[in-house]
Design a binder for this molecule. Structure first.
Ligand SMILES: [Zn+2]
Length: 488
């Protein structure tokens, strides 16, 4: 650690990993309890009202200043403490997934409430650990007598809503020196990989209904237009960047009667590419194919934008600092009961393919001898992560950003499944969550203490942006959705 404006930073006893970890341990119970409460009130994207109230109440109790309705979203907020020239941000999420209700701590699928939501991506832990990181860093700074600003971002709708992209467009991250985030996982690691940028929109066709046998010449089929649009896109696939992806769902078929010409039909298209510019130009081609389908069928097409996110710009300087910090803190210390549950879950419901998929996605050892990862993976690029997308990407274009992963679940656990939900409030998940909070808070302390690291991270971001400013992937005038009542 280097000396900075505050001479005391050179003292190892202050703001080192041990000191910050002690501050996190002192308040860990408050935030593991909060995580469990959020687990028990799973709310979908943009509707996370109760979860956000839990977050805000916890931060008010800690004396943080609260800003609600960030970027016009009722479940986006910021909590800030301290004053100073350096500002560190921690990103949190709290949204759940539909249809994943599950009893906690068992090895078979059993919904708590059939058809209800569940925390299949462990965002209950994600938000709570980022809150704990902000509080632990604030407490450590106070004890050390160091002035800096600490901010927690309550970010709605990571699952299919891209809340951070709207917050980024509103300038919420502009004054940060560094941002830290984490994601629950089956491994302990620092992420050093990009993800795909994406754009998603509905294409709604309208034609003219008619009796399909008596007066077919009068009808203009919107369903035909959706089919032709897919044909066009399938021909485009041969001529797009090999890492790009186009997915679709038919969200409205126009009805169930074959003897009626369908007057309206709709598809939802998700375009992904390694860089936002590629995703945008691919999306423009999708729009032209839609127009072509409308032309062929004499229907009209309307494009309804749904969401977009930028690719992640990795920041090696920050990731190296985070990895060193993680190594100093160590992996979560699981006990015999933690391993016993993970062993039983693996025997009951995880296949060899699941375990192989975990190791391929994250670059984990193929033959790890234990059911829970209690080591830290080396800092390498993880190309397997490329094919995901996250709205952390937009933050990473604005401010140097680093993320870690910790093992909240048994190796082989596929996320977005009941197996993830059932592990979401076990002691092992709590241990991994507290480890993530310590790693993020200690990494923030390093950035505050090390002006050279701040400078290197900023320089790297400028170089990776290649002189280009951050441009929001959102179309001009697009507004954040209010509530999951919006389809998709
Ligand atoms: Zn997630």
């Amino acid at each position: 650690m280097q000396h900075d404006k505050a001479g005391r930073l050179g003292h190892n006893e202050f703001l080192g990993a041990d000191h910050v970890s002690r501050c996190a341990d002192a308040k860990a119970n408050i935030f593991t309890d909060l995580s469990d409460r959020v687990w028990a009130m799973p709310e979908l994207r943009f509707e996370e009202l109760r979860s956000v109230e839990e977050h805000i109440a916890a931060m008010e109790a800690e004396g943080f200043r609260i800003t609600r309705n960030v970027a016009g979203m009722r479940t986006a907020f910021m909590a800030e403490a301290g004053e100073g020239d350096v500002t560190i941000g921690f990103l949190g999420e709290f949204d759940a997934l539909a249809g994943l209700s599950q009893v906690a701590g068992i090895t078979e699928q059993r919904p708590l409430e059939p058809g209800a939501n569940g925390h299949g991506c462990h965002h209950n832990l994600l938000g709570a650990a980022s809150l704990l990181a902000a509080v632990a860093l604030r407490d450590a700074l106070t004890e050390a007598g160091v002035k800096a600003r600490v901010r927690y971002y309550g970010c709605p709708a990571e699952e299919g809503g891209s809340g951070k992209t709207y917050m980024a467009r509103a300038g919420a991250f502009d004054d940060l020196d560094a941002a830290f985030c984490w994601h629950p996982c089956v491994y302990n690691a620092v992420m050093s990989s990009s993800t795909l940028a994406n754009v998603q929109a509905y294409f709604r066709f309208s034609g003219r209904a008619a009796h399909a046998a008596m007066s077919p010449q009068v009808g203009r089929s919107a369903l035909d237009a959706v089919e032709l649009m897919n044909v066009g896109i399938n021909y485009m696939r041969e001529h797009m960047p090999s890492e790009a992806r186009v997915h679709y769902a038919i969200t409205q078929t126009g009805g169930i009667s074959p003897n009626v010409v369908q007057a309206s039909a709709e598809g939802l298209y998700l375009v992904r590419a390694p860089r936002l510019d590629d995703a945008r130009s691919l999306f423009d081609r999708v729009c032209r194919i839609a127009e072509g389908a409308a032309l062929m069928t004499e229907t009209k097409v309307e494009m309804i934008f749904d969401r977009a996110t930028s690719n992640i710009l990795p920041n090696r300087a920050l990731e190296e600092a985070m990895h060193q910090t993680f190594t100093a803190i160590g992996a979560p210390k699981f006990d015999a009961a933690d391993f016993d549950f993970a062993d039983r879950l693996r025997a009951a419901s995880l296949t060899d393919d699941d375990i192989r998929a975990s190791s391929e996605a994250f670059g984990g050892p193929a033959d790890y001898p234990k059911s829970l990862h209690d080591d830290i993976l080396p800092l390498v690029e993880r190309p397997g992560l490329l094919f995901g997308s996250t709205d952390v990407g937009d933050v990473s274009w604005i401010v140097p950003t680093a993320q870690c992963l910790t093992a909240t679940a048994a190796i082989g656990t596929p996320f977005h499944t009941w197996q993830a939900v059932t592990q979401g409030k076990l002691p092992a998940a709590h241990k991994a969550m507290i480890t993530a909070a310590k790693v993020m808070a200690s990494s923030g302390a390093r950035v505050i203490a090390d002006a050279d690291l701040r400078q290197r991270a900023k320089q790297e971001l400028l170089e990776r942006r290649n002189g280009a400013p951050y441009r929001s992937p959102l179309p001009e005038g697009s507004q954040p959705p209010q509530g999951a009542a919006r389809r998709g």
